[in-house]
Design a protein around this ligand. Sequence first.
Ligand code: ZN
Length: 345
Amino acid sequence: MASDSDLKSFLRKLPKAELHLHLEGALCSHRVAELAKKYGVELAHAEIHQRYNTRGFAQFLELYKWATSFLREPDDYAHLAEDTCSNLREQGVVYAEITLSIGVMLLRKQDVRANFRAIHDVFEEKFRAAQGPRIQFVFDAIRQFGQAPAKEIVELAAEHRTSGVVAFGLGGDELSLPLADFQPAYERAASAGLHLLVHAGETGGPDQIRDAIDLLGAERIGHGIAAIRDPTLMTRLSQRKTPLEICPTSNLRTNALNIQLNATDVSLIDHPLPKLFRAGIPISLSTDDPAMFHTNLVDEYFHAHQMGLSLDELLQINRAAFEQSFLSPEQRAILLAQLKNYRPS
Ligand SMILES: [Zn+2]
């Protein structure tokens, strides 16, 4: 590539898949301001700006809680879905697995079915009109809320399998409850035919990744960067081909990177992505919570390039995201063929 802008433009047009994206994390500050106005909440511009520019995991969870408190009815979720759909399209994403924080909806005593219908219908309509990517959904429980809501979320996910819900996942604070608590929920999810995801080894240690695989049967790991601290675990992930969903900017902004590297002053080029990838561990690249971390998928690929990955390696990672996805074999074949036949204009 002649220049950085040529590379970015190539990456933007490249048909891509994104596997780790929280719908609520795509809630931008502009939309929060509109929703606050709708609900008669006075918000100073400075407050929104300050909340959207914090750093650290606890601060991020606080922002997530605060911003999502303005998502109060299905219509609010529909607008968020529209924003997200156009952002994905603009980024050249042709397939995404979108995680919904059902745990937060339940906590706020919202009508999960109505919210999901509103979200689903927006993405479905856009996809059918060739104005948006193909989407499948992950229903996510929040670890610190405990196993009772997790079980309820599994049932809701099972009920919506025919509407594109393909997986059950667990996010939130890794240092709260042990993963063993969630074994019954994961057993039920597996028996309902759902795929199994776990956020592990983001701020927690390598033991979290081992537990996610051994106790819960996780098929992919959300983040999993703690593996870099444990060569035996890295070999195991590489041999059993367990994919890690890597979100570099998120790791920087939540301080997960500082924690895993045990260093105070870190930047994106210190991210272990190249080492994990070259150790033969399947990885994909995602934004996690793009609006809250001020990132997008093209930037994440560009950052990976700055970390030292060649264009050929970036292309391998993009292709692998389709392979690691929960698409049906037929749909996967269609998208992989589209990728294979892609020629930059
Ligand atoms: Zn996440």
